[in-house]
Design a binder for this molecule. Structure first.
Ligand SMILES: [Zn+2]
Length: 222
């Protein structure tokens, strides 16, 4: 079986796992190195008034073959980073995704209304992937209706009733799975999600792999 880990801090050593590693770009970064497929973005915690310098580096990396998307970039009301700069940087990153026809991996904490309204305003052609979704079915539905794809992570192993409902109702081609920043095996996340959805892990691997290919590997929407 092939497991896709769609948002990971480290590349798995297992041959059965494809890891899309998230690389945080900052303005002071001098050398870019990656040992495989990755996304590059400006994390909300790294946003300063000089956010544009970091996103200029992200822009320069768009021609790298192993860079499959932009992100994570996003909005976080619990971060110490100045909100106004977070919004400006996020909108700029979303514009880069459109210009370079790349998917955008989105991070969102306590800013769901703001994210939904920015999404509506930008009305992107490129796919937005909201990573680390931990909320309930109502909010999941709003994101799905907006066109976004959700990524579920370690929280699915903790059996929160509202998240379980969101995982169960999500169409099979509208979500991905991730380890994110958590010390958890991607296989355990697949096991938990397969159980919640009442399907085999094999079926789940196939569905997630297809979605991953569609979002990150295939020709981008024009
Ligand atoms: Zn994040």
């Amino acid at each position: 079986m092939l497991y896709v880990d769609a948002h990971s801090l480290h590349r798995s050593a297992s041959q059965n796992v494809t890891s899309l590693v998230n690389i945080r770009i900052t303005a002071s970064m001098e050398v870019f190195e990656t040992d495989g497929i990755c996304t590059v973005g400006l994390h909300t915690d790294d946003v300063t008034e000089d956010w544009r310098d970091a996103l200029d580096i992200v822009e320069d990396l768009m021609s790298e073959k192993l860079v499959l998307g932009i992100g994570e970039c996003g909005l976080d009301q619990s971060s110490n980073a100045p909100w106004i700069h977070q919004v400006d940087a996020f909108e700029y990153a979303a514009d880069l995704a459109e210009r370079f026809t790349k998917p955008l991996v989105v991070h969102c904490v306590k800013a769901h209304d703001e994210l939904l309204s920015i999404n509506k305003f930008i009305d992107p052609i490129q796919q937005w992937v909201l990573h680390g979704f931990v909320k309930g079915a109502d909010l999941a539905r709003q994101y799905l209706d907006s066109g976004m794809i959700l990524t579920f992570g370690a929280a699915v192993t903790k059996e929160s009733a509202s998240l379980v409902e969101a995982v169960r109702m999500c169409p099979s081609d509208r979500f991905l799975l991730e380890t994110g920043a958590d010390n958890v095996r991607i296989e355990d996340i697949y096991n938990a999600v397969a159980k919640i959805r009442g399907i085999s892990v094999e079926e789940l691997c196939t569905a997630v792999h297809e979605t991953f290919e569609k979002v990150f590997i295939s020709e981008p929407p024009q």
